[in-house]
Design a protein around this ligand. Structure first.
Ligand code: RB5
Length: 142
């Protein structure tokens, strides 16, 4: 289990972000990088905040939330040090860690309910990278 998580959302994901943050900070340190209200914002700006934080702390992980999760995924994966996985099930989140060493979990607040999102985050945080044959594949990203 890692000890630090950076989380951010746009206006579509702010309520889910707040719910996840309350859950996760019982276990690990959570840095909330916004947004803080339902006022409309641009999701790339919030993806950027988490990606920059992970550049400084490469043992941490991130969670990004927008309406579908698609915009945040596109924005985050433009960074070479980011492996962002848009997950809709705990099984996908587990595999994203085991096989892809994903360092950012992306969630769609308009396609998941809170219970589903909590289960996905728990799977993401609880699972370590398997390494082995997957390490050579992940290395090919960069
Ligand atoms: C905001 O309306 C919405 O476009 C955004 O949250 C996200 O779903 C983009 O991919």
């Amino acid at each position: 289990m890692i000890d630090t998580l950076y989380i951010a959302a746009d206006h579509a994901g702010v309520d889910l972000k707040n719910a996840l943050k309350a859950h996760i900070e019982k276990k690990i340190i959570v840095y909330d990088l916004g947004t803080d209200s339902s006022n409309s914002v641009d999701y790339p700006d919030y993806a950027e905040k988490v990606c920059q934080a992970l550049k400084q702390n490469n043992s941490a992980r991130g969670v990004l939330i927008c309406g579908t999760g698609i915009g945040m995924s596109i924005a985050a994966n433009r960074h070479r040090h980011i492996r962002a996985a848009l997950c809709a099930t705990p099984e996908a989140a587990k595999m994203a860690r085991l096989h892809n060493d994903a360092n950012v979990l992306v969630l769609g607040a308009r396609v998941l309910d809170t219970a589903q999102a909590l289960a996905i985050v728990d799977a993401f945080l609880a699972t370590d990278f398997e390494g082995g044959r997957h390490a050579q594949r992940v290395a090919k990203f960069s």
